[in-house]
Design a protein around this ligand. Structure first.
Ligand code: ADP
Ligand code: MG
Length: 369
């Protein structure tokens, strides 16, 4: 078997619980050996179901999942050698931490002395050496979650699945645990499949992200291209901040296009990301950090299709950057995000301004149905 073969392959996987709605729909996905892959999507998009199918707690209604090239359909969960961590850490309250971590080993019939050694090692990996004799109730939420991770690691699975494992923790602890899990992944080289609905968590932790919507993958990419080059309006909306404009496609040349937007009967230029017929409905997305702002008196090229007029309503100071809120045509809000070093160059609040951008940052998508 070649080492470049994906560790997991979903081939045409479908799942319905009620025979009608397809919770997972024609899913094809290759998971690379050793990668940190995140399934990201809103609630109900089919992420947990996809993990459960891989773990073996649910059965696909179509397709086949391969683990190291072997079909999984007849392999029960406990023989798949997959570690799991859930949101509610599900530690046994009456057992010590060491017993909790050793549990997957004792059910697999590993000898007692060997269990003790491996539990020690797992505790060390999650920086909880010396906590083995305590009960779960004597640990903080973050420590309990680390125990859950140790329990998933202890039998040295090839694959670890985590379903919103940090959802119950407060922001600070969550961010600390994100980095810890990431480091653990790098140190162990184990393949991790991680579920979250939090886009910043996905961007922070992942080698690759699969964005889920209605049971199918909208885009599978590394964090940077996912953020910079979303492939459709859903992904653009779900990841990062957007200024969105609804419009109609007027013409296309190569990948550049002209869009009519309702704001003051304007025409703007952008990059057409996916095929749309002329006259078709498009959604334009502009990241706040890709937009600049200037006094309308200083317009350099009055004909450029990469600007829109508005009124500067508010400047919000955020320490490391500033946000300028611009209102267009009296109704439409536009957010501009600039580094703090540019704060003193911003026009005055209340003045007429122009927001402007480079055409490659103005991305036009087919409007979502
Ligand atoms: P996510 O984890 O992305 O929030 P889920 O995979 O949990 O999504 O759920 C996807 C859809 O499947 C939802 O509409 C949910 O209500 C439905 N669903 C999940 N589990 C079951 C189940 N055991 N029985 C029936 N419907 C389910
Ligand atoms: Mg879920």
């Amino acid at each position: 078997m070649s080492t470049t073969e994906p560790i997991v392959r979903f081939v045409g996987i479908g799942k319905t619980y009620d025979g009608v709605s397809r919770v997972v729909d024609k899913l094809d996905l290759d998971i690379e050996r050793g990668e940190f892959l995140t399934l990201l999507g809103p609630s109900g998009s089919g992420k947990t179901t996809t993990l459960m199918l891989l773990a073996g707690f649910e059965t696909p209604t179509a397709g086949e999942i391969l683990l190291e090239g072997k079909p999984l359909s007849r392999v029960p969960p406990y023989q798949r050698n997959i570690g799991m961590v859930f949101q509610n850490y599900a530690l046994f309250p009456h057992m010590s931490i060491a017993e909790n971590i050793g549990f997957p080993l004792s059910v697999r019939g590993v000898a007692g002395a060997d269990i003790a050694k491996r539990v020690e090692r797992a505790l060390d990996m999650v920086q909880l050496s010396g906590f083995g004799h305590r009960r779960p109730s004597q640990l903080s939420g973050g420590q309990q979650q680390r125990v859950a991770v140790a329990r998933a690691l202890v039998f040295e699975p090839k694959l670890i699945l985590m379903d919103e494992p940090l959802g119950a923790l407060d922001k600070q602890l969550r961010e600390q645990m994100q980095l810890e899990i990431r480091r653990l992944h790098q140190r162990l080289g184990v393949t991790m499949v991680y579920v979250t609905h939090d886009q910043s968590e996905a961007l922070t932790m992942s080698d690759r992200i699969a964005v889920f919507h209605r049971g199918s993958i909208q885009q599978l990419d590394k964090p940077e291209p996912m953020y910079e080059y979303p492939k459709n309006a859903f992904v653009a909306r779900f990841i990062g901040e957007n200024n969105r404009l609804e419009g109609t496609l007027e013409s296309v040349r190569d990948d550049r296009c002209t869009i009519h937007v309702a704001i003051g009967d304007s025409r703007i230029e952008g990059t057409l990301v996916e095929p749309v017929p002329n006259g078709g409905a498009v959604t334009v997305s502009l990241r706040p950090e890709r937009v600049q702002i200037r006094d309308s008196g200083h317009t350099i090229d009055g004909h450029s299709g990469c600007q829109l007029p508005g009124l500067l309503q508010e400047i919000i100071y955020l320490g490391d950057h500033v946000r300028a809120r611009v209102v267009m045509a009296g109704t439409h809000e536009f957010m501009v995000k600039r580094p703090i070093s540019e704060a003193h160059t911003l026009p005055r609040i209340g003045s007429p301004v122009e927001v402007f951008w480079a055409p490659e940052h103005c991305r036009a998508f087919a409007r979502e149905s």
